[in-house]
Write a protein that binds this ligand. Structure first.
Ligand code: GLN
Length: 483
């Protein structure tokens, strides 16, 4: 419609601003809304009018998770530590987004430093689930999922270290892709656990997801782990034929810990794909049970190292009153970080300490290798593996505030793909009885994103997709209800 001038970017962006004005107070998805959205839109319209080689996403508004560096726009990681931090440069993905002429709407809420599963660890605000305001949107990219599914952005990008793109997508009914490790540059992504972090799109449907992924993937010399390969345009090659696909169903992902409605929802979706010609194969991934333990040791170890830079000296929060250098470190870090971040730093420091390194960190790394090998073996028997994204649907705000072990344990379906570095997508496949979306995860071999997107597209096409513009949270309360 933009190309054929049936609408303009200015019109699209006005509708987004209008939506933000109506819903944001209750939803709480943004930490920062950009004040130059209309200027950006006018520039995109001029670009489109000038004609020539215009990118398909020119003029489309996109929201950015607040741990992705944006030049001149505050990037807080939802932490008090970075409350006043404005990056002097753009992340690699932001450069690509700007070059394509997309409109940056603002920076989205998240768990502090991407650590968490509900967005409740944000220093700034709580975000609610667009399907019911009394429920969390998931995390850590909860602001992304809530914004895109409530119409406060057309597309978003988040980051996934152990499930932070996929799990909020599942909770809010979005499509979320965690790409193969190394396919999207981490340059400018504020690090949580560098060997696991990946930037990925959260969108309303598979086509949008594939267009955005096509834009942001690619080799970048400034990220040493960035893969050197050429990528085709994933959205142009989307295909709904699943006849030659063998789907692996691992028994370990359908155990007692998962809600019946989640297991049924996913299996109904799988049966639908089978009816279109895909074949099913029961498989076993025995090392899955060690994945959560290995993930929490490795990610905390890396987090403790990455977060050591916030010492009150160079940038970030510095305590006002202190007595000498050590006291300044202690006070700045004690006051600047929230409790979950501190818990991970302590856990990470512990597992890396002399005497415990071999017992925990090294063992966790060996376990990681075994999990990766097990996936390699499984992919000799099947093309993709389908599982639930999360054992349940969204939970209530405050419900798990003090139950961090339950939160850790429930990452069991998303962390294996992170440890193995393989791509995984979450797509909505139905609702629970109380109207909350159910997420289905499709995992594949490294760099098999096209296949994952194809299967997701096939399912979306057959099932008719999900109603994205949910307004239920408006009547359901929200974290600001009653205020
Ligand atoms: N929930 C996981 C954690 O808290 C994953 C977070 C993420 O992927 N950034 O570590």
């Amino acid at each position: 419609m933009l190309r054929s001038r049936q609408c303009s970017s200015v019109e699209i962006c006005s509708s987004i601003i209008e939506r933000i004005n109506i819903t944001e107070e209750k939803l709480g998805a943004y930490i920062t809304v950009c004040n130059d959205i209309m200027e950006q839109a006018a520039a995109a319209d001029r670009k489109i009018s000038a004609g020539g080689n215009i990118h398909a996403l020119t003029g489309i508004p996109i929201g950015i998770k607040d741990n992705i560096s944006t030049k001149g726009i505050k990037t807080t990681c939802a932490s008090k530590m970075l409350e006043n931090y404005t990056p002097p440069y753009d992340a690699y993905v932001i450069k690509k987004i700007k070059k394509a002429g997309m409109i940056i709407t603002g920076k989205l809420n998240m768990d502090e430093f991407a650590i968490g599963s509900s967005t409740e660890n944000s220093y700034y605000k709580k975000t609610c689930n667009p399907h019911n305001g009394m429920y969390v949107p998931g995390g850590s990219s909860g602001g992304c999922a809530a914004a895109v599914m409530s119409g406060e952005a057309v597309m978003t990008i988040g980051s996934d270290t152990g499930g932070s793109v996929r799990q909020p997508s599942a909770f809010c009914g979005a499509v979320g892709l965690k790409p193969t490790y190394g396919s999207v540059s981490r340059n400018g992504l504020i690090a949580f656990a560098s060997s696991l972090d990946q930037i990925g799109p959260l969108c309303r449907n598979v086509k949008d997801t594939s267009m955005l992924y096509s834009l942001i993937c690619g080799h970048d010399y400034s990220d040493a782990t960035s893969s050197k390969r050429d990528y085709a345009d994933f959205s142009e090659n989307l295909c709904t034929d699943v006849r030659n696909i063998c789907i692996g169903i691992p028994e370990e992902y359908f155990g007692d810990e998962a809600d019946d409605c989640v297991k049924e929802g996913v299996m109904t979706a799988v049966k639908l794909l089978e009816s279109k010609g895909a074949s099913l194969k029961r498989i076993s991934l025995k090392n899955t049970k060690y994945a959560v333990n290995a993930y929490y040791i490795i990610s905390s170890a890396e987090a403790s190292s990455n977060l050591a830079r916030y010492d009150g000296v160079r940038y970030g929060y510095r305590a006002e009153h202190f007595d000498g250098l050590t006291d300044m470190y202690v006070k700045s870090r004690s006051q600047g970080f929230g409790s979950e971040v501190k818990r991970r730093i302590m856990l990470g420091t512990f597992v890396l300490s002399a005497g415990y390194y071999d017992e925990y960190y090294k063992k966790a790394n060996n376990t990681r290798r075994l999990i990766k090998q097990e996936f390699n073996e499984a992919f000799k028997e099947c093309d993709v593996i389908i599982t639930p994204t999360y054992p349940g649907t969204a939970f209530r705000l405050n419900e798990r505030k003090d139950n961090f072990l339950k939160l850790y344990a429930d990452d069991m379906y998303t962390v294996p793909a992170s440890l193995a570095g393989i791509p995984a997508i979450s797509i909505p496949c139905g609702y629970s009885a109380d109207g909350l979306p159910i997420g289905m995860q499709i995992m594949g071999r490294p760099f098999s994103e096209q296949k994952l997107l194809d299967i997701a597209y096939a399912f979306e096409t057959i099932s008719g997709g999900i109603n994205y513009m949910s307004d239920k949270f408006m009547s359901g309360g929200g974290h600001n209800a009653g205020i």
